[in-house]
Design a protein. Structure first.
Length: 96
């Protein structure tokens, strides 16, 4: 399973409806799980980003779920493919 970290910011629409945010998150989590994506963590943050999402899934399923999240118009997303220490060890092991 691939791990993705998404850095999220409110759009004008999203911040106007901020009171609905916890319910929107629950709806996203439910839809993502139906697509085979497991939400490992979700946090509201203070600073440059408003929220952080950590999810696992196949590359295709995760990207579909994250595109759906952005398409609703409440958030702008920046998504990073991340690697565990063990995955990194494998990459390093292949270096000449």
């Amino acid at each position: 399973m691939a791990t993705f970290i998404s850095l999220l910011n409110w759009t004008d629409q999203g911040i106007r409806n901020v009171k609905d945010s916890p319910d929107r998150y629950e709806a996203f989590r439910t839809a993502a799980e139906k697509m085979g994506v497991k939400v490992k963590g979700f946090y509201y943050t203070m600073g440059h980003y408003d929220m952080v999402l950590i999810a696992e899934g196949s590359d295709e399923a995760a990207m579909t779920a994250l595109l759906k999240l952005g398409s609703l118009g409440n958030l702008r997303t920046e998504t990073l493919r991340s690697f565990s220490v063990e995955e990194m060890r494998k990459f390093i092991g292949k270096m000449a």
